[in-house]
Design a protein around this ligand. Structure first.
Ligand SMILES: [Zn+2]
Length: 245
């Protein structure tokens, strides 16, 4: 297997988005088919590179379908429900998280309820809000003081969820991740505003990727930066994907 040229792969991925004529390819499914076929005949790519681009186009396809709640559905071979995602089943992911409710607690009923609600509305396996026990954090180091709190860095043992393994019927984690923590002051005496703010944050970030991270000394929510606006047929090239390849 020859080495995959990341710059060529990235360029082909971005190029295919610019080639779409939305008057001809007027659905998510038609556009995905066009993108895949275009990559398959792209002579600037090796076969491995074609597969690499298609891998990311498939992830995009699921994201667009799930975020827009549109597209061709399929019957999940595991739960027999009619799901939208192709690389996972959104219902199997939610059921898996539900089965694990009894295996964790924040110690606060309101927070548990909120996290459980977010998990039951999970759209993507790499965007799951969860409770992280303090002992799953290592190498906690003071970084700086922000506008209203102290900021720390740490290693999250095991890291966040990132994909659904259909064979094993379970979510897989990234492995250890370097993260930033924010220590909230006087949480014990915080009024409902603090909770409501956290609730809005989690509700929005449950749907959209890339929200400003929100962590504290005892808990870590799996979020990222606000990235996209809700619109009909949300479908934009996701540059973030290429941070990881
Ligand atoms: Zn399923």
């Amino acid at each position: 297997m020859t080495a995959i040229r990341k710059d060529i792969v990235g360029a082909a991925y971005n190029r295919v988005y610019t080639l779409i004529d939305t008057t001809i390819y007027d659905t998510l499914d038609k556009r995905h088919e066009f993108k895949t076929k275009t990559i398959l005949v792209d002579e600037s790519l090796t076969n491995d590179e074609k597969l690499e681009v298609i891998k990311y186009l498939n992830i995009d396809y699921d994201n667009f379908k799930i975020l827009n709640n549109k597209g061709i559905k399929r019957i999940c071979e595991n739960c027999q429900d009619e799901c939208l995602a192709t690389l996972y089943c959104e219902y199997c992911v939610r059921n898996y998280l539900k089965m694990n409710f009894s295996n964790w607690t924040s110690g606060n009923g309101d927070i548990d309820d909120l996290i459980q609600k977010c998990q039951l509305e999970t759209l993507r396996p790499n965007m799951i809000v969860e409770w992280i026990p303090y002992n799953n954090l290592q190498n906690i180091k003071y970084l700086t003081k922000g506008g209203c709190s102290e900021i720390y860095t740490a290693t999250w043992i095991g890291g966040g969820y990132y994909e659904w393994n259909s064979k094993e019927k379970q979510l897989k984690r990234y492995g250890n991740q370097y993260i930033v923590l924010k220590k909230l002051e006087n949480v014990e005496s915080a009024n409902r505003n603090w909770f409501e703010e956290g609730k809005s944050h989690l509700t929005i970030s449950n749907k959209y990727g890339d929200i400003v991270p929100c962590y504290d000394d005892d808990d870590v929510y799996n979020n990222s930066n606000f990235h996209s606006e809700e619109q009909d047929d949300l479908e934009i090239s996701n540059g973030n994907i290429f941070k990881n390849i």
